[in-house]
Design a protein around this ligand. Structure first.
Ligand SMILES: [Zn+2]
Length: 217
């Protein structure tokens, strides 16, 4: 998957993101936000889970409290054989939409089709007072509290925290390293480039994830 923040071909270089405050106040911004999300969804539908996604899901099948905390919104980590409570999506999912007021959820594609058909707004058809927004966290929007608490619980109670394919430059995802370490966990970092948290880790492997998977299996 492309890195949405990437330097050269990052999605947000070509498609300007909509700030959460604009989403709430401007119809034009809401439509732009929906268009961006549908464009991302169309890109994602061509992508397939990698070897690392599959390996992580194998680990999640083991007994015990194993969780996958992810910043990814692409759903490639989801697997019908994995209890969805074990996957903690910090930045939400591109495949769900929710009314900001009554919290009713909608299928993103069919909701977008109805907006296009009626040339309307993303007003919620249930409560008629809130706007429906794709479930990904926008710039300027707070992360979901209960999702954050689930991730914190996982970090506080783990024996091992394995950080996979992350620059560990984005907060709060990187804060879970310190939380886990403080609670006695061993830290393992698998990433092509060094990270600012390398000094916290017991094991660091700087290599392509695909290659790491090949070496392990
Ligand atoms: Zn509503």
């Amino acid at each position: 998957m492309p890195d949405f923040r990437g330097d050269k071909d990052g999605f947000w270089k070509k498609n300007s993101p909509v700030h959460f405050s604009e989403f709430k106040t401007s119809k034009k911004a809401r439509l732009k936000s929906w268009e961006n999300n549908i464009a991302i969804q169309n890109k994602i539908q061509k992508a397939k889970p990698t070897k690392m996604h599959k390996m992580i899901n194998e680990i999640l099948k083991f007994d015990g409290l194993n969780f996958h905390i992810t910043q990814n919104i692409d759903g490639l980590h989801n697997d019908k054989n994995i209890d969805s409570e074990k996957i903690i999506e910090l930045h939400g999912s591109i495949f769900q939409a929710e009314c900001l007021s009554c919290k009713k959820s909608f299928n993103t594609k069919s909701f977008y089709e109805s907006i296009v058909k009626t040339k309307g707004d993303s007003l919620c058809p249930v409560c008629n007072s809130g706007f429906v927004k794709v479930g990904t966290i926008s710039f300027g929007q707070n992360l979901n509290h209960s999702v954050l608490n689930q991730a914190k619980f996982a970090a506080e109670n783990c024996d091992y925290l394995i950080a996979v394919g992350s620059s560990l430059k984005v907060s709060p995802a990187n804060s879970f390293i310190r939380i886990a370490k403080k609670n006695g966990a061993q830290i393992v970092i698998l990433n092509y480039d060094p990270t600012p948290f390398d000094s916290e880790a017991s094991i660091i492997i700087n290599e392509y994830l695909e290659k790491i998977c090949d070496e392990i299996t």
